[in-house]
Design a protein around this ligand. Structure first.
Ligand code: KET
Length: 429
């Protein structure tokens, strides 16, 4: 039978042809632009990722060894993990941030789930709060500091809570925390609001509250019935000491209040691409039938995860267990951390010295006063754009430098380019 003749198909326009292009991410988009730049001698001070003094990514030796042991172990397989991840990882991760002698853990008030690094922990945590936190009868408002890590502003609406509200954080003149304004804004937040706090090494400002200021924040949080959500992406990177960097979280946990914690092992174990982190929900000390409540919370965290990505990847969790769960490996890791934090500190000192020595106008002492991975330089968006086009030096438009992107051999080049930008690009407020 002759085939029915059909008119040649006219090429159809895709239903996706009208999709508008999304703006590039202010941090990861910058990295793509850097990689695409073919200029020799270009410098990336954008994404917060540790580099060696040769400017290379760093695999911690203890991590490498644990990976080799995992690869050689005939018991290693690639089965699915449980929805909430590896149980040994949950415990070790919670202990790392809360301390081994944590009352809330001993009383069974901490529910921890493995998560897709810090971002995934934040996303699952905020989604859980959107579903179940009803202190004032309606979904909570979420408050983030100004400035903050740019992705906080994406996560809150994506979890269904509308745009985040903000509380004032930085004193632009001193470069320190504007505690008076911060406390005033927190005092105005409706009861039951979620307050996102950076546990240490505030990104991007590098300014953390003092121990006394943390106590003041805790007082307002308790008085106003607010829910603290601690984002911990830099434990060990601020001071080089894991316990010192967890002091804020432990102060709040000891107060026996409800709180939520996200943790990331991207920076402190150098496991960026492994996407390994944790989310913990801490239940208040007076919770009756705490085992029942904790079980229910865990079940709901799993109910958030299962339709989103089913279960987390195993490799990073096994590495973290290998490091955290073995005393010799743990001791070695602590030394590595102090070394990484120390290199960042050295770069702070070197950059400030080079800026002072070449007579760059301005007071650069904040570079050495700030803590953590970043320096919030005060350079304007125009000066940052000039550094990129003229000098092929990349940093986020808010003037944030990832200090680990500097090396002994590039510090002078960066200081000279900054001098050029400061002298030749008028700062517009
Ligand atoms: N919280 C904060 C405050 C943070 O700076 C980051 C990452 C994260 C969470 C999440 O990291 P994760 O890799 O999901 O564990 N910050 C750096 C990288 C990024 O933007 O993704 C940065 O600010 O450069």
């Amino acid at each position: 039978m002759a085939a029915t003749m059909t008119a040649p198909a006219k090429a159809a326009t895709s239903v996706f042809a009208g999709v508008p292009e999304a703006p590039p991410d202010p941090i990861l988009g910058l990295n793509s632009a850097f990689l695409a730049d073919e200029t020799p001698g270009k410098i990336s001070l954008g994404v917060g990722a540790f580099r060696t003094d040769e400017g290379k990514p760093y695999v911690l030796p203890v991590v490498k060894r644990v990976e080799q042991q995992l690869a050689a172990d005939p018991a290693t397989n690639h089965e699915y993990l449980p929805i909430d991840g590896l149980p040994a990882f949950q415990k070790l991760s919670a202990e790392l941030i809360l301390g081994k002698d944590c009352t809330a853990m001993n009383e069974g008030r901490v529910v921890t789930s493995q998560a897709l690094s810090g971002t995934g922990a934040l996303r699952v945590g905020i989604t859980f709060l959107a579903r179940f936190l009803r202190t004032s009868g309606s979904p909570p408002a979420v408050y983030i500091p100004t400035p903050t890590w740019s992705n906080h502003r994406n996560i809150v609406p994506d979890a269904g809570l509308g745009d985040a509200r903000t509380y004032r954080y930085l004193d632009a003149t001193s470069g320190g925390v504007d505690i008076t304004s911060m406390l005033a804004d927190l005092s105005d937040a409706p009861k039951g609001s979620v307050i996102v706090l950076h546990g240490c090494a505030h990104n991007p400002t590098g300014a953390d509250p003092s121990p006394a200021q943390w106590k003041e924040i805790l007082t307002v949080v308790r008085e106003r019935g607010l829910l603290p959500f601690f984002d911990n992406a830099y434990q060990g990177f601020a001071s080089g000491d894991l316990d010192a960097d967890a002091a804020s979280v432990r102060l709040f946990a000891d107060a026996g209040i409800d709180m939520v914690l996200s943790q990331s092992f991207a920076k402190n174990m150098g496991l960026y691409g492994q996407r390994i982190g944790a989310l913990s929900v801490v239940l208040a000390a007076g919770t009756p039938d705490v085992a029942v409540a904790a079980k229910a919370v865990r079940s709901q965290l799993k109910a958030v995860v299962r339709p989103m990505y089913s279960s987390p990847p195993a490799h990073g969790a096994r590495i973290a267990v290998g490091v955290l769960g073995d005393s010799a490996n743990y001791a070695e890791w602590k030394k590595e951390l102090a070394g990484m934090a120390g290199r960042i500190g050295d770069m702070r000192t070197a950059l400030k010295a080079a800026l002072d020595a070449n007579g760059t106008p301005g007071d650069w002492s904040r570079i050495v006063n700030q803590i953590g991975m970043f320096s919030y330089t005060g350079l304007s968006a125009q000066q940052v754009a000039y550094l990129r086009t003229k000098h092929h030096i990349y940093m986020t438009s808010n003037g944030r430098i990832s200090m680990a992107g500097l090396t002994t051999s590039t510090v002078q080049q960066v200081a000279d380019a900054m001098k050029d930008a400061v002298e030749n690009v008028v700062k517009q407020e």
